[in-house]
Design a protein around this ligand. Structure first.
Ligand code: SAM
Length: 221
């Protein structure tokens, strides 16, 4: 069983609402604030547009926001427990969404140019090395020509002594149990990667935290 499936089984068994555990209410408020700002700036498509969340987890963050705002919501996650949980919660809340189990690096279950918007559900920073390129390629294939890709990701440098000790400054990885666990790139390096993947950056907002920063980056192909 992979770490994500294990984590979702544990979260569900202990009665938490989402990946963020105890911090869910705060995280959701912050997300709503960020996405509302993008809405005001006219950076999100109109309601009814088709939206895919990458790494949707149990659907309690971006997918929920999008469904409440009238989008046609799809979500994909590698954890079967998370995907089932998302479907159950949507049904309980009277929301509509199509959730499926899958790997964001290989999204053959979706047709090319199927989505008006793809939202990174804080999943890109879980991908290591070549996986990131594979994911960017899939996003390009799945987006409609005027589509938007919203990246929501860790960025910057680690701040805590423990993370600093377990950070690979060459490859920009946080290391856990001897293996790369998260990609954590300083913002200029992350922007460079996005441009090299041939996306245009339309908007960027950075939140500063005591542990590392978080960026919300709106891109188009
Ligand atoms: C930081 S969690 C965020 C979950 C959810 N978007 C939220 O905000 O609550 C990252 C999610 O990405 C999923 N994930 C990680 N690697 C993945 C992959 N290769 N394909 C699909 N999902 C993946 C994990 O299972 C997890 O649900």
């Amino acid at each position: 069983m992979d770490e994500y499936e294990q984590q979702y089984r544990c979260l569900k068994a202990h009665g938490f609402n989402a990946w963020t555990g105890d911090g869910y209410e705060r995280a959701y408020r912050q997300l709503v604030n960020t996405l509302d700002k993008l809405m005001v700036k006219n950076l999100l498509p109109a309601a009814k547009a088709s939206v895919l969340e990458l790494g949707c987890g149990n659907g309690a963050m971006s997918s929920r926001y999008m469904a409440k705002n009238g989008y046609s919501v799809y979500g994909v996650d590698i954890s079967p427990t998370a995907v089932k949980w998302a479907a159950e919660d949507f049904s309980r809340l009277g929301l509509t969404g199509k959730f499926s189990e899958g790997d964001v690096c290989h999204l053959g279950q979706y047709q090319s140019q199927m989505f008006d918007m793809i939202v990174d559900g804080s999943c890109l920073h879980c991908l290591i090395n070549e996986q990131r390129h594979q994911c960017f390629q899939e996003v390009k294939r799945l987006l409609k020509p005027e589509g938007r890709f919203i990246i929501s990701t860790m960025c910057g440098l680690p701040q805590s002594p423990e993370d600093i000790q377990n950070y690979d400054y060459v490859n920009h990885h946080l290391i856990r149990n001897g293996s790369p666990w998260r990609t954590l790139k300083p913002l200029p390096i992350l922007q460079e990667e996005i441009l090299q993947e041939r996306f245009t950056i339309v908007d960027l907002e950075k939140n500063t935290n005591p542990w590392w920063d978080h960026a919300t980056i709106v891109c188009r192909c």
